[in-house]
Design a protein around this ligand. Sequence first.
Ligand code: COA
Length: 161
Amino acid sequence: MIRKGTIDDLPRLDELARIVARGLHADGIDQWSETYPAKTDFAKDLYREGLWVDEENGVVVGSLSLLPDVDEVYRILKWPEGSALVVHRIMVDPAFRRQGIGRRLMEHTVRLVKAEGFSAVKVDTHPDNKRMQAFLESFGFRKVGFLAPIFRVAYFLRLEE
Ligand SMILES: CC(C)(COP(=O)(O)OP(=O)(O)OC[C@H]1O[C@@H](n2cnc3c(N)ncnc32)[C@H](O)[C@@H]1OP(=O)(O)O)[C@@H](O)C(=O)NCCC(=O)NCCS
């Protein structure tokens, strides 16, 4: 079940982020760490009303943050036309992967983005994070370019009317 994140979810999200970050590093992907994303990052997303979680049998097993397109670094690329919201910090508990939870989180995002009157979604990921890239490409996200200052590949999805 996907629902808005609450302050009570923050300890679990911090715990999940550590598990996910260690998994990324074990897979040779230098993304996330012991201190990022942290409770404070999720708390900021919550404050900005952009925190969403997936709960299965009373336990949060996935989350993402959906935020306004305000990151200065994104301005260095020429993006396709379209007003966008940006997905940050998407994660699914490794024990629950490949069960469609990420897909459900993203489908929920698409509905929200449309409902709020936007026409596109932006996201960035590490060049070595091939799993995330395959995940994004399965939704039709297109690579827009490389965000060299943050060492991330940028992706864009224009939503159907
Ligand atoms: C990326 C992530 C969120 C996907 O979550 P998930 O719940 O496993 O994804 P789903 O089961 O909904 O997969 C949807 C589709 O994405 C693609 N996909 C997902 N994982 C994949 C993998 N390991 N290899 C190739 N394709 C993959 C497939 O097309 C899949 O559809 P299919 O299972 O019908 O083939 C998850 O792997 C994750 O948490 N990764 C670590 C955190 C991370 O890297 N976050 C991004 C930081 S920018």
